[in-house]
Design a binder for this molecule. Sequence first.
Ligand SMILES: O=C1O[C@H](COP(=O)(O)O)[C@@H](O)[C@H](O)[C@H]1O
Length: 223
Amino acid sequence: MDFVEYPDRELLALSLADRLASQLAQHLRGHESASLCVPGGTTPIPVFETFSGADIDWDRVTVFLGDERWVDGEHKRSNGRLLRRHLLKDRAAAANYIDLYTGDAQPEEAVAALTGALTPHLPITVTLLGMGNDMHTASLFPGADRLAEALAGDAPLLMPVRAEGADEPRITLTRPALAGAIHIHLLIMGPEKREALERAQKLSPEEAPIRAFLDAATVHWAE
Ligand SMILES: O=C1O[C@H](COP(=O)(O)O)[C@@H](O)[C@H](O)[C@H]1O
């Protein structure tokens, strides 16, 4: 695991946005398109705000979330709403966006269509992960109903998930889909998340799902 500590959150946002943009731009020099998988929650907002202005060929980049809360796209807990407000604007408005929330009553009903939409964009060029204080990442929660299946090497691309720590049903990309990315970054801020990361390093992926990604990830942290 590479660990990068920044003097403050502003510098983290600027540096990480620059690094993500460079990795996408480098990929686009040798390929027609690139894909970018991003987290929801609140931590990535400052990174998104900077990254949305990156000078890259956004019209050749497909953006999607690593997980979505199964709520209406205008609901305040919608990760898609966060993305539309903070990332998919300015230059990044030109990106091709695949919305994980389809409007179906349950996430199970959306799996086939989303699998068809996402598969052409694999392997993911750049995955940016977030992490909760409970050491979940995407919607891979400790104690989630189908966690073992979602962490397995032969897991399907996407799975519906229900977990005590989640307020609503979720849909999530699974371990092989997220970990198969060419570049993997983890964004965390504040002392609680740093402590959670340190705890996770001593646990199994079943106990601390973020653990499944740490060997390959570059972690970005600021107080
Ligand atoms: O529920 C979620 O939480 C994590 C962490 O969110 P944060 O607000 O603590 O940054 C996030 O990475 C995930 O995408 C989201 O659905």
